[in-house]
Design a binder for this molecule. Structure first.
Ligand SMILES: Nc1ncnc2c1ncn2[C@@H]1O[C@H](COP(=O)(O)OP(=O)(O)O)[C@@H](O)[C@H]1O
Ligand SMILES: O=c1ccn([C@@H]2O[C@H](COP(=O)(O)OP(=O)(O)O)[C@@H](O)[C@H]2O)c(=O)[nH]1
Length: 212
C-alpha cells in the first residue's frame, strides 16, 4: 500500500516536471547571432544566454579560478572545457526561472556536445538549432568593425579571428552537421541587413509551437 502510494507520488512528480524549451543558436563568429537573439527576445519572449558572454563574465569575476584559462582560450579562438561552460549555462537557466531559452554560441565542438548530452540534454526540450549562414569574408569584416568600434573584445583582431575561423570550420561545422542529420537545423541566410535577417528569423519563430 505504502509502496504503491510512493510510486504514485513519484510518477506524478515526474510527469509534472516541465522541461524548459531550448533553441541553440549557431553560426560563424560575426554571423549575427547576438544581434538576432536580441530581436527574438523582444518579440518572442525567450531568455538569451550567450555562452561567450557567460564565459567573459566569469573571466572578469574577481578571484575566478577559471579566469586565466578562459581568457587564454578566447584569445586563441579555442573552446573552453565543457564542464565550465555547461555549469555557467545551467546556473543561468536556473537563476532566470524562465522556461524558454536561446543558447547562443554553444555547443561548438564534440566536447561541448558530449558534455551537454551528459549533463543537460535529458532535462530540456531542444526545439531546434537556428543556424546563421554567412560568408566568411562578411563575418570577418563585421568582427573587425566591431573591434574597431570598441567592442573591447580580445579576440576581434585579425590574428584571433584566423584561429576562431579555423576552430569554427574544424570543430563547430561538424556539430551543425550532426544536428542537420537529425533534421533539427533551421537555416537562415545571415548575409543581408539585420532587418532582412530578422524577417527570416520571425517566419521561423511564428511557426513553432512551444511545448506549452
Ligand atoms: N545583418 C547584419 N549586417 C551587418 N552587420 C551586422 C549584422 N548583424 C550583426 N551585425 C554587426 O556585426 C557584428 C557581429 O554581430 P553579432 O550579432 O555580435 O555576431 P555574433 O554573435 O554571431 O558574433 C556586430 O557589430 C553587429 O552589430
Ligand atoms: O561555448 C562556448 C562559447 C564561446 N567560447 C569562447 O568564446 C569565444 C567567443 O565566442 P562568442 O560566441 O562570444 O563569439 P563569436 O565567436 O561567435 O563571435 C569563442 O571563440 C571561444 O573561445 C567557448 O569556449 N565556448
Amino acid at each position: 500500500m505504502f509502496t504503491r502510494l510512493l510510486n504514485g507520488i513519484r510518477s506524478l512528480a515526474m510527469s509534472s516536471t516541465i522541461k524548459p524549451d531550448v533553441v541553440f543558436v549557431l553560426g560563424a563568429p560575426g554571423a549575427g547571432k547576438g544581434t538576432q537573439c536580441t530581436n527574438i527576445v523582444k518579440e518572442f519572449g525567450f531568455i538569451h544566454l550567450s555562452a561567450g558572454d557567460l564565459l567573459r563574465e566569469e573571466r572578469n569575476k574577481e578571484g575566478s579560478e577559471y579566469g586565466e584559462l578562459i581568457e587564454d582560450n578566447i584569445k586563441h579562438g579555442r573552446i573552453v572545457p565543457v564542464e565550465i561552460t555547461c555549469s555557467l549555462i545551467e546556473k543561468a537557466m536556473k537563476k532566470s526561472g524562465s522556461s524558454k531559452f536561446l543558447i547562443d554560441g554553444f555547443p561548438r565542438n564534440q566536447d561541448n556536445l558530449d558534455g551537454w548530452n551528459r549533463q543537460m540534454a535529458a532535462n530540456v526540450n531542444l526545439l531546434f538549432v537556428l543556424f546563421f549562414d554567412c560568408p566568411q569574408e562578411v563575418c570577418v569584416s563585421r568582427c573587425l568593425e566591431r573591434g574597431a568600434a570598441g567592442s573591447g573584445r580580445s579576440d576581434d583582431n585579425p590574428e584571433s579571428l584566423k584561429k576562431r575561423f579555423d576552430t569554427y570550420m574544424n570543430d563547430s561545422v561538424p556539430i551543425i552537421q550532426y544536428y542537420e542529420q537529425q533534421n533539427l537545423v533551421k537555416k537562415v541566410d545571415a548575409g543581408g541587413t539585420p532587418d532582412e535577417v530578422f524577417e527570416a528569423v520571425k517566419a521561423i519563430f511564428q511557426n513553432i509551437s512551444p511545448s506549452r
